[in-house]
Ligand binder design. Structure first.
Ligand SMILES: NC(=O)c1ccc[n+]([C@@H]2O[C@H](COP(=O)([O-])OP(=O)(O)OC[C@H]3O[C@@H](n4cnc5c(N)ncnc54)[C@H](O)[C@@H]3O)[C@@H](O)[C@H]2O)c1
Length: 404
């Protein structure tokens, strides 16, 4: 890179975040050097004072996914669930009894006026996230949000800015960057073991949820529910994307939902997304709500995500939200070798607990709001690309590599 250009960038980074820039330059393999976009800001707060006590957690949304979050949070040494909330109040009441939570409410306003808490964990319908997250931030709460953090990139960015302006933070699912397999693959890439990074592929689908209609309504869809995992993993491994092309379809226009009967599907249930990464790599993600589950989740032996370079190929075994190994072949050792079979403590539902650990101890999480916002912009751009039948440029970025 020409010296003058580097100086200019360094000058700019002095103003923004010199440390994160140096980390980026110093740790990326010989194959690629990615300069962080001017839209990648540092959200880590230098003057954050860890709580040094358990985080008081309020959980909103006591439906399907709360069955996974509530046990994890209940066992988290850094969290104390103090209240639950759901607009279907019997759900909040039942979960409060099951998990011995003293307070439950039928509305966010009542929850905010009730027993005090530090962190809102938002497990509601996708379309409600942005609105509820904003209410919580305005009430002085930290926020962990299930995906997506908001209904659009701009709304999400506004929420992040609002949180930072109040010395708060917001984070969004998924937590895929926490798995040992993600870390292993990232480290191979950082060390230049893949040579020139060329391509990535991810595939995730199932027969589609039948318990809530929001998955199929406007601003629902298979991308924010399923594709979001592979997108987060692939930009996490290959680096931020600069443009998106997609084909999105609805192949099953009517669905039967438990409490509503037959509903109309209004958002894509069949998606193919092509990403151009900043370093020239191209990745492809496919997701859908009409993919037969040919195999069980447990003991998955099939790779659902891979990255390919000029010197090696890595296949993540299992799902990126639940991986259990990495198969790797290199130009020196062309037969696949099974590596990184340790699963550690990682589980996909750990995001809110990881944030409690950060708030209690100050240990900065790998999960970062800018990464989640970049994924959200990609989903939005994929919709725009499909509608206009054009390739869409992206403006957001995030600090990469995530694992150093
Ligand atoms: N179900 C899963 O296995 C799973 C896995 C990972 C992520 N997620 C994500 O978790 C979120 C919730 O999904 P789910 O499957 O649990 O849906 P769900 O329909 O089972 O639960 C959502 C709950 O939120 C409540 N709710 C909606 N609006 C509300 C509001 N304004 N105030 C209070 N409560 C409100 C609903 O009454 C419902 O009980 C979604 O973003 C989804 O993508 C779900």
């Amino acid at each position: 890179m020409a010296g003058s250009c580097l100086n200019l960038i360094m000058e700019y980074m002095e103003k923004i975040d010199r440390k994160s820039f140096l980390i980026n330059l110093g740790t990326i393999g010989a194959a690629s050097v990615v300069v962080p976009s001017i839209f990648a800001f540092n959200t880590e707060s230098a003057d954050f004072k860890p709580f040094n006590r358990k985080v008081k957690v309020g959980v909103i949304g006591c439906g399907s996914v709360s069955r996974m979050y509530l046990p994890h949070l209940s066992n988290c040494p850094h969290a104390e669930i103090v209240s639950l909330c759901d607009i279907k109040p019997e759900r909040a009441k039942n979960k409060a009894a099951e998990f011995k939570v003293a307070n439950w409410y039928p509305h966010i306003d009542k929850m905010l006026a009730g027993v005090p808490f530090d962190l809102l964990v938002n497990l509601t319908d996708m379309q409600e996230h942005g609105r509820l997250n904003r209410i919580a931030i305005n009430a002085g709460k930290y926020v962990w949000s299930e995906k997506p953090m908001a209904n659009s990139y701009m709304e999400g960015k506004e929420l992040l800015d609002l949180a930072l302006s109040k010395n708060l933070r917001i984070w969004g699912a998924p937590a895929v960057v926490n798995s040992p397999q993600f870390a292993f693959m990232a480290k191979q890439i950082n060390a230049g073991k893949l040579g020139i990074l060329s391509a990535g592929h991810g595939c995730y689908g199932h027969e589609g949820p039948n318990w809530s209609s929001f998955f199929y309504e406007k601003l629902g869809g298979s991308m924010p529910d399923l594709g979001v995992y592979n997108i987060a993993t692939l930009v996490g491994l290959l680096g931020p994307a600069v443009s998106v092309t997609s084909i999105l379809n609805i192949v099953n226009p009517a669905r039967e939902i438990e409490d509503k009967g037959i509903i109309k599907v209004e958002e894509e249930d069949n998606a193919h997304i092509l990403l151009e990464h900043k370093n020239g790599a191209i990745s492809h993600i496919q997701c859908g709500f009409n993919y037969v589950n040919a195999h069980s989740y447990e003991g998955e032996e099939v790779s659902t995500l891979s990255v390919i370079g000029s010197k090696a190929k890595m296949d993540m075994i299992g799902y990126d939200w639940w991986p259990f190994a990495v198969d790797m072949a290199t130009s020196e050792h062309r037969k696949y070798e099974r590596l990184c079979t340790e699963r550690g403590t990682y589980v996909w539902q750990e995001g809110a607990s990881i944030i409690c650990e950060y708030l209690t101890t100050g240990k900065e999480p790998l999960i970062n709001a800018e990464h989640a916002l970049h994924v959200l912009e990609i989903i939005e751009a994929a919709r725009e690309s499909n509608q206009s039948r054009r390739r869409i440029d992206l403006k957001s970025s995030f600090k990469w590599p995530i694992v150093v």
